[in-house]
Design a protein around this ligand. Structure first.
Ligand SMILES: [Zn+2]
Length: 199
């Protein structure tokens, strides 16, 4: 069966989105066919607007429509502490914890198995900040996997060269987890991230 060209075109665009397979793309396209014209227009405009107006902050790399971003401009935030993350989405999660320091977002996926090189990560503005002496602590908020481990060691060596303290998130056991079935890396990080326990 052949669909008319505009429908086929929409399905072809939707199927490029993450987690959308051909069946879901078709279902979405048929759904969009029925939405009121103003809603369809608003969706198309919203997509264009983020594409044209949202960009990484030149200071921290977080997504913004103003440069520097609102976090970098906020005088009430702690200027002595900086949290390094891989993606802007990690900042959204960390903001929910009440963290009040600065950020540095790499905005670059690093996968050692895909032959990525650490030199591809642009750390110029982070190094400038470290060199200024303003930063007292760098928190490395990388995923607890092999790539996160490699990046953490690399970033730690750079921060240590500027005599800045480096910390990592404690990757503990999941609530309801079982030590017996916990993988070695998680358990090792949980032991390293142990904290003083008081009655
Ligand atoms: Zn910023």
């Amino acid at each position: 069966m052949r669909l008319v060209r505009p429908l086929e075109n929409l399905i072809d665009q939707l199927v490029k989105l993450p987690t959308i397979g051909p069946k879901t793309a078709q279902r979405l396209a048929l759904f969009l066919l029925k939405v009121p014209e103003d809603e369809a227009k608003a969706l198309a405009e919203a997509i264009l607007e983020v594409r044209l107006q949202v960009f990484p902050c030149s200071v921290c790399g977080y997504l913004t429509d103003l440069d520097p971003c609102y976090i970098c401009q906020d005088a009430k935030r702690d200027k002595n502490i900086i949290c390094v993350t891989e993606e802007a989405s990690d900042v959204i999660s960390i903001e929910r914890t009440g963290y009040n320091g600065q950020y540095f977002v790499l905005n670059k996926e690093f996968h050692v198995m895909e032959g990525h090189d650490l030199d591809e990560i642009n750390l110029d503005s982070l190094e400038d900040k470290l060199a200024s002496g303003e930063i007292k602590e760098v928190i490395l908020a990388f995923n607890p996997d092999v790539d996160g481990e490699i990046m953490a060691r690399y970033l730690a060596s750079i921060a240590e060269a500027h005599q800045v303290k480096v910390t990592r998130l404690a990757h503990g056991l999941p609530v309801g987890g079982d030590i017996e079935f916990t993988d070695e890396l998680t358990l090792r990080r949980a032991i390293e991230g142990r904290y003083e326990f008081m009655e």
